[in-house]
Write a protein that binds this ligand. Structure first.
Ligand code: ZN
Length: 290
């Protein structure tokens, strides 16, 4: 205890009143460590105003940033049996789900909506890293399938924003089954001759990377996003070699041909609109094919 904590802080609190100093007023940039005013950060789509670092965004923000203003409608996703294995680690899985739902106000780690991007119809699925690390369990798998079905129904492209730590451990093999399940969803979109675009955000790892994410007609990533299957340390220990600089980062993957584009967050809506415009089969062609 010093005079700062004992004397100065209480005095400041009395002067300002506690309600005037919310704890989340400032945020530190994880890259350049500058303090950022939360309102400025929100206005700048959570991109650091000093160094341009792209901070993690939640699924709801993704939808708002991507669609034309007030153009989108969220859809309800299919219900799946919760806690099929009656799993328990330090806490019951059912309990963990309940507290996460309360905290995030989300039902699961995925949001799906349809609307317009630059005037073009589109279906967007956004993974929620804030919901148990965006892990892919049965609900997320079913959600991706529902998004694909909606895209086919609406004859609209499907865009998926990925953000995931991988499989939902608490659902064991059921979680792994979502890998082929989401690949089938991707296939449905392909068979309907509609574009499937993936936008890889920080972090995209594990089973999500190893399934539908890398099957996009066009694969975009945000600058600096961590993208990979296994963690760098695990790979380093297995191959017993030092990994190159920037390994598993968006720019490195782009340079090595795994991605088509690295696009700044501010430029994403315009880029997506342009791509949809280029990839869309004109209506007269569709009627000619039928
Ligand atoms: Zn920064």
């Amino acid at each position: 205890m010093s005079w700062l904590t004992e004397y100065v802080r209480p005095r400041i609190r009395t002067l300002l009143g506690q309600r005037d100093v919310p704890e989340n007023l400032w945020q530190k940039c994880p890259e350049c460590e500058q303090m950022l005013f939360t309102t400025d950060l929100a206005k700048n789509c959570k991109v650091c105003t000093h160094c341009g670092h792209h901070l993690r965004a939640n699924a709801a923000e993704r939808l708002v940033w991507t669609f034309d203003p007030d153009s989108f409608t969220r859809i309800e996703l299919p219900k799946v049996p919760s806690d099929p294995l009656r799993f328990r680690d330090s806490q019951r899985y059912s309990e963990r789900l309940r507290t996460t739902r309360e905290k995030t106000q989300l039902e699961e780690a995925l949001l799906v909506a349809h609307g317009t991007i630059g005037g073009h119809k589109a279906v967007v699925a956004a993974m929620a890293f804030e919901f148990m690390g965006g892990s892919m369990g049965a609900a997320v798998g079913e959600g991706i399938v529902a998004a694909a079905k909606l895209a086919v129904l609406q004859e609209a492209p499907l865009i998926v924003f990925t953000a995931s730590g991988g499989a939902r451990m608490q659902e064991g093999a059921i979680s792994l089954m979502q890998m082929p399940r989401t690949v089938i969803a991707r296939q449905m979109v392909r068979e309907a001759r509609l574009p499937f675009i993936t936008v890889l955000t920080d972090p995209t790892t594990g089973g999500v990377t190893a399934s539908f994410t890398m099957l996009g007609d066009i694969q975009i990533a945000e600058p600096g996003a961590m993208i990979g299957f296994a963690g760098a340390r695990v790979i380093e220990q297995t191959v017993r070699e030092k990994l190159p600089e920037g390994f598993q980062r968006a720019e490195y993957l782009f340079a090595h041909g795994l991605l088509d584009m690295v696009v700044r967050r501010h430029d994403l809506p315009a880029t997506l609109a342009r791509l949809i415009g280029l990839l869309r089969v004109p209506e007269q062609d569709l009627s000619a094919a039928a």
